[in-house]
Write a protein that binds this ligand. Structure first.
Ligand code: ZN
Ligand code: ZN
Length: 793
């Protein structure tokens, strides 16, 4: 029996891993130790937080329980390791400086929406941070977008240039203060300064927020510097303003998202249930795609998702937001769409602006294919011809990050949500991996919706998307992003994974990295592996990968694939019947070409509208099809039906035809077209049967929303029957759904329901997008699985 046991003292060393920096974790530990009368210290270390704690035995036990149970809401504890140590008898509890030595694997938190405490100060005329557009604390504010390097401390953020005033410094150094060691801490006396500029860069007089709000109310376009870049804002009720924005940024149809002041205001625009409210008010503050209250009517009875009254508990924070009721949305905000992207303010500046404008704003990040502007000079250059004024400030953005976009699912499918874009508020938080990554992997992702992924041990860091790598700025940003992440997480890739397509820019970037092992991963295998990793599974499963296109192992264009897949490998079990893509990429831009390819020459007299609309080129399209490459793409099948129904002949943004087809479909329709299956290796699903059935219904005069509904049900039915046939052949009883086509919530819900009814266990994405934005995660886990297999041989 030791001396310490005799006196009832105990000392332990506690190592905590997870997202702990910038979320108030150390002040929490300090307060907890003081409350329990324990001695010791807490400090950040190489990959988390290190705590030494000493005191009466039961108190130490209580500390360890409370450490996990009561941790700050924004922290995410991944692992706690407790090692016993010899008591020292020293008294007092200290918060020690960070240990800058060693590898820096501590997670950098994502940017966090302004917390309630800070909002109270923002609204309190007696507080020294009243109406301060940069109010933040240890639990909220900018993080990832201002971090230059790690450890995450003020000198290594873009706040380094702002010397703290004595009041702020006192808060910063007080372990009991809620701003203890909060890197972005500042006040009106020492913080960044807000300015309103004209397009030439000249400063406009008056209060920047009030003047910007007046411009917005007058229908002008204002560029607003947000957390991750410059966004363009206009009053959402003003048709001339929204139309002017579309014209100036040359954006024809792609729906805009809307920023509302609070849940009550958002609830006037969209149906918000409890899940949606949770997403809207979550710390990431994503854009949430929700059913509109003023959904455009079509010629069939509408059966929208159940609508709930907006929650009433969310009292407006600023009286100004209630000055007048929001007017109707301008028609150009989201034409032809029954859904609307809505978000709530995530920064003090957005709160102030919304209160002052007193109505929802359209808020948009990019212009065309260009990634969001984040550099001040670059923003003036790029947006100078679009914006009438710039609401900006002098806190630099170090890393650009666009708004994240999520879509709730009905029926509890997919853990309730599909992530369409994982960016601000989510990146770069690590995704925990079930399966170990023995050597550091860099996965280079896809060329469109490009992301990269760094994986090591049991963590994957997926970057925000950089856009289309054909764009110069996107490519520069992607390359710089890789370097930044490697430095941030102190990793050096030993394996570089990339797409099988040798000509892709992401592949060429990967192959140009010397001294590493290169691993090529087939596109659809990567999709299914991404879904497996997203669910912590290794397979094998029946993987259904439905997307636009990907390079197949036979050199043809795949995109409607049924794979037997696990993390390490795959086998192609089935596919949509290949059809010609008239003119190759032209068929992506002009979906009616796919209608022609699917209907073919043998369908008798052209009674269909799609033929009449494209009469001059129809025969040429059929001739072109004869000599064009074949594809099994599911996205092209959806395109063919979108054009057939007159929803969309030519697109102005990627995925437009399929999105509008989903928006057009009557969700209450239960009828279903039936596609034949032909057994074989691979099994063939005859998508053309669905197109012909839709054409017959169209000719008989059935309303197009009904036809679109039956088509969605038909695709889901074909997937379920194909999987049942493949289960008979393989014995596999789990199905993973991935690929951009499954961003379609209607199709995903129908497919999951049918698969479950057939007795399958169904995996869908939860944290990364089913589309190409999630591809890099899949490539990384495939490379890691092959590495594990090699090491164990
Ligand atoms: Zn706060
Ligand atoms: Zn200050």
């Amino acid at each position: 029996m030791t001396t310490s046991d005799q006196v009832g003292l105990k000392r332990v060393e506690v190592h905590v891993e997870g997202v702990l920096r910038g979320v108030g974790f150390r002040p929490f530990v300090h307060a907890l130790a003081r409350r329990l009368g324990l001695a010791g210290q807490v400090r950040d270390d190489v990959d988390g937080v290190h705590i030494e704690i000493e005191g009466a035995r039961p108190r130490v036990a209580e500390f360890l329980t409370a450490l996990e149970r009561d941790a700050p809401a924004l922290s995410e504890i991944e692992r706690v390791t407790v090692v016993r140590a010899e008591p020292t008898g020293r008294r007092g509890f200290a918060v020690a400086a960070a240990d800058p030595a060693g590898p820096r694997r501590a997670a950098v938190p994502a940017d966090l929406a302004t917390c309630d405490d800070c909002l109270r100060e923002l609204a309190d005329p007696t507080d020294r941070r009243h109406r301060h557009p940069f109010v933040s604390c240890a639990g909220c504010g900018p993080r990832f977008t201002v971090v230059r390097a790690v450890p995450y401390d003020r000198p290594l953020t873009t706040m380094a240039g702002f010397a703290m005033c004595p009041d702020c410094a006192a808060e910063y150094h007080d372990p009991g203060d809620r701003r203890f060691h909060a890197p972005p801490i500042c006040c009106p006396g020492c913080g960044p300064r807000l300015r309103l500029l004209d397009p030439g860069g000249g400063e406009l007089p008056g209060d920047p927020v009030a003047t910007a709000a007046a411009l917005l109310r007058a229908g002008r376009i204002v560029a607003v510097k947000g957390l991750g870049g410059y966004q363009l804002a206009v009053a959402a009720s003003s048709e001339p303003a929204v139309a002017a924005l579309r014209l100036r940024e040359q954006r024809a149809d792609e729906p805009y998202a809307v920023l509302a002041a609070d849940l009550a205001q958002a609830g006037l625009l969209c149906a918000i249930d409890g899940d949606a409210a949770g997403l809207l008010t979550s710390r990431a503050r994503p854009i949430v795609l929700l059913p509109r209250r003023d959904a455009p009517r079509h010629d069939a009875p509408r059966h929208d998702a159940p609508r709930h009254d907006a929650p009433r508990h969310d009292a407006p924070r600023h009286d100004a937001s209630r000055r007048d009721a929001p007017r109707a949305l301008a028609p150009s905000v989201a034409p032809g769409s029954r859904s609307l992207g809505v978000m709530l303010p995530g920064t003090p500046l957005h709160h102030l602006l919304l209160a002052e404008v007193a109505e929802p704003l359209v808020l948009t990040g990019g212009t065309g294919d260009e990634p969001i502007a984040y550099d001040d000079a670059d923003a003036l250059t790029r947006l100078g011809a679009v914006a009438d004024a710039f609401l900006t400030h002098d806190r630099p953005i170090h890393v650009r990050a666009d708004d994240s976009v999520v879509r709730p699912m009905a029926d509890g499918v997919a853990g309730g949500v599909v992530v369409l874009r994982r960016a601000r508020g989510y990146a770069p938080e690590p995704l925990p991996l079930r399966h170990f990554v023995p050597r550091t992997v860099l996965a280079c992702g896809a060329d469109r919706e490009s992301t990269f992924c760094l994986a090591r041990d049991r963590r994957a860091f997926v970057s925000p998307p950089f856009g289309d790598l054909d764009n110069d700025e996107a490519r520069r940003s992607y390359a710089a992003g890789i370097e930044h992440f490697l430095a941030l997480f102190d990793l050096c890739p030993e394996i570089v994974a990339h797409d099988l397509h040798p000509g892709h820019r992401s592949t060429r970037h990967a192959l140009a990295i010397p001294g590493v092992e290169h691993v090529a991963v087939q596109h659809h295998h990567a999709h299914i592996a991404s879904c497996l990793a997203d669910n912590g599974e290794r397979g094998p499963v029946i993987g259904v990968a439905f997307d636009g296109s990907g390079h197949g192992t036979d050199g043809t264009v795949w995109g409607g694939e049924f794979l037997r897949a696990d993390l390490a490998g795959f086998e192609r079990l089935g596919r949509l019947e290949p059809v010609p893509m008239p003119g190759g990429d032209a068929a992506v831009r002009e979906p009616w070409l796919m209608t022609a390819a699917y209907l073919g020459p043998g369908d008798g007299p052209p009674k269909l509208d799609v033929v009449r609309r494209n009469a001059e080129r129809w025969a040429a399209a059929l001739a072109l099809a004869a000599g064009s490459p074949l594809t099994s793409s599911a996205a092209r099948l959806l395109d063919a039906v979108a054009a057939l129904l007159g929803v969309r002949d030519r697109i102005t943004y990627a995925g437009q035809a399929a999105y509008e087809l989903e928006q057009h479909a009557d969700p209450a329709e239960t009828g279903c077209y039936r596609a034949r299956l032909t057994p074989g290796e691979p099994l063939t699903v005859h998508g053309a049967d669905l197109v012909r059935a839709a054409a017959r219904d169209l000719e008989s005069g059935r309303p197009t929303p009904v036809i679109a509904g039956r088509f969605h049900n038909g695709v889901a039915d074909a997937v379920a029957r194909a999987c049942a046939a493949l289960r008979d052949a393989t014995g596999l009883t789990a199905v993973a759904l991935s690929g951009g086509v499954f961003q379609n919530v209607l199709l995903t819900e129908r497919t999951v329901r049918r698969l479950r009814a057939a007795g399958f266990r169904v995996l869908t994405h939860r944290r990364v997008p089913p589309g190409d934005g999630g591809l890099s995660l899949g490539q990384a886990v495939v490379a890691a699985a092959r590495d594990r297999a090699r090491l164990s041989r």
